[in-house]
Ligand binder design. Sequence first.
Ligand SMILES: CC(C)(COP(=O)(O)OP(=O)(O)OC[C@H]1O[C@@H](n2cnc3c(N)ncnc32)[C@H](O)[C@@H]1OP(=O)(O)O)[C@@H](O)C(=O)NCCC(=O)NCCS
Length: 156
Amino acid sequence: MTEQVSGVRDLSREDLAGCQEIYRRAALESDPHAYSSKQREVWASFADEEGFSDFMMGDGGLVVEKDGAVCGFSSYEENGYIRCLYVSPDFQRSGVGGTLLSIMLNRLTGSPRIWTIASLFSRGLFARHGFTLTETEHKVHRGVAFERYIMDFTSR
Ligand SMILES: CC(C)(COP(=O)(O)OP(=O)(O)OC[C@H]1O[C@@H](n2cnc3c(N)ncnc32)[C@H](O)[C@@H]1OP(=O)(O)O)[C@@H](O)C(=O)NCCC(=O)NCCS
């Protein structure tokens, strides 16, 4: 079921190419000062890995379309984990990410735990929607270190 929000529909495997492109561009182009070029490269390269399609789909997912093209996508697991939230750099800071997050939160109502691993870009948005920082995590991907933010939804 997709809630009646203009331009929002359920994600399907046919959205793979569009979501890969958004993912790559979001990693490479969103405020290039926030992450080093090496970090951005490693982040973007996951779009071309075999696991990307399953990562993108989750147990449920959503896309936002504008002018006939996908401009943002998100997915979650039924256990309450919000797995991904990506918006094309052409449409960031115009409410697309917040719309996707609100719908996911509605769908996950009743989950004992709703949580995510946020980036420097998304942590403020998650905080605005009632998430608080649980733990700062340090991960190394392909030899490059990343700081990530485990955040739990605490505004019930
Ligand atoms: C995080 C992201 C999905 C937000 O989407 P969005 O459509 O811009 O979100 P909204 O317009 O609904 O909300 C904007 C808020 O998001 C956060 N945000 C968006 N872009 C940001 C940036 N470049 N730097 C810091 N915070 C940012 C801020 O809290 C912002 O509020 P503000 O404009 O008042 O500061 C988008 O920036 C993105 O795809 N980033 C790259 C990928 C990423 O980090 N995804 C999260 C992985 S969990």
